[in-house]
Design a protein around this ligand. Structure first.
Ligand code: SF4
Length: 371
């Protein structure tokens, strides 16, 4: 890691001019107490750093950053991909106050079937290790909560507050006063009314099972039912209702396909990757081997001939990694998910890089079977 010691803006620029090279890497601006103010990455560190000092650049984040920065550090990485991952990891570890970019990752969400007496369907930004079921992650549409209310109405699940008291009809409570539903959904028939003892626990949980099967892709019953009601409404010439049912069916179908497709896509990010070396690299192009497991860069191996010979330290590390069982969603930290989204974005923006991936099996030389 190159270090530029405190000084004025002019001094920082001088040191960048003298010391920085046009190679992929990450850089950090440091404040008066050595605190990291900003972390960035570039395929050409020198050009990027000099752009901060360009004359006539007034206002905005760069100006404010240069006003408080007292030092600069940078390090080189073999490829842009590795620089991108390193940048994310540094930002998450150091939380520099000028970095706001990665907050965009919050647009991803999970659908959660809560673990409650009468479970609910809720949208969440963070999976919770509380026994809830999670579906996703996927790029959350703006209307996710409204869509989940529609799904809840189709299967007969409540969408009221978590602390709504629940009294199933099969709960023995002989002295209980007569209860009235706490909202209009019971009257409209879209909720079986577990708040007022209007349904048995088993009936309610059948609806939960239906929602679960729908989101897992195991059942299209909800869509079939909507289609049948739509045809029926059209048959009695109630075209307004038929159009509403058609639109709801389309929305729920899209929701389910987003959940399933994106989940499958993320899980397919499981391979060996040799990122393209930078075009202007110095001193010479380097091709590393990145081991990506479920969308996370788990290991970078120096340029070496593959497959690895069994029994070597690198082969042992790889074998241990491959033998790890996949973690359940709530065991992955926010940082893991952010890295997974970053890797997914990288391959979506650079589909040609998928040509540089290989199956994980290509990492290790197969030991000949005895005899
Ligand atoms: S009817 Fe009762 S249980 Fe159903 S959504 Fe309304 S308040 Fe909740």
């Amino acid at each position: 890691m190159k270090r530029v010691q405190p000084g004025f803006t002019r001094e920082l620029r001088r040191q960048v001019r003298e010391g920085a090279e046009n190679r992929p890497g990450v850089y950090r601006f440091l404040g008066p107490r050595g605190e990291v103010l900003y972390v960035g990455k570039s395929v050409r560190v020198r050009t990027r750093l000099l752009s901060y000092f360009r004359e006539g650049r007034e206002g905005g984040k760069e100006t404010e950053l240069l006003r408080v920065a007292r030092a600069l550090q940078w390090e080189y990485l073999p490829t842009e991909f590795e620089a991108l991952v390193r940048e994310l990891r540094l930002i998450r570890a150091l939380r520099p106050r000028f970095n706001v970019r990665h907050r965009r990752d919050r647009r991803y969400a999970w659908i959660r079937i809560t673990r409650e007496a009468a479970p609910r369907l809720v949208a969440t930004r963070r999976p919770r290790p509380d026994g809830s079921l999670h579906f996703g992650p996927f790029p959350a549409p703006r209307r996710l909560s409204a869509l989940l209310s529609e799904l809840a109405a189709e299967v007969g699940m409540r969408d009221c507050a978590a602390d709504t008291p629940i009294h199933f009809a099969d709960q023995l409570d002989l002295l209980a006063p007569e209860r009235t539903p706490a909202c209009i959904r019971a009257e409209l028939g879209s909720c079986p009314g577990p708040c007022a003892g209007l349904c048995h626990s088993r009936r309610y949980h059948e609806g939960v099972g239906e929602a679960r099967a729908f989101l897992q892709g195991d059942s299209a019953g909800i869509l079939d039912d909507l289609a049948a009601r739509m045809v029926e409404a059209a048959g009695r010439r109630d075209f307004e209702v038929a159009a509403r049912l058609r639109d709801r069916r389309e929305r729920l179908e899209r929701l389910r396909s987003d959940v399933l497709e994106f989940g499958r896509y993320l899980e397919s990010l499981h391979f060996v990757y040799h990122p393209s070396p930078p075009t202007e690299s110095a001193p010479a192009p380097v091709t590393t081997t990145c081991v990506i497991l479920r969308g996370q860069l788990r290991l970078t191996l120096p340029p070496s001939a593959l497959p690895l010979e069994p029994g070597t330290p690198d082969a042992d590390r790889v074998r241990r990694l491959l033998d790890e069982p996949p973690p359940p969603p709530h065991h992955r930290g926010a940082q893991d998910w952010e890295e997974l989204f970053l890797v997914a974005r990288w391959f979506r923006r650079h589909p040609e890089e998928l040509e540089r991936t290989r199956p994980l099996e290509s990492l290790l030389r197969k030991t000949p079977s005895p005899g």
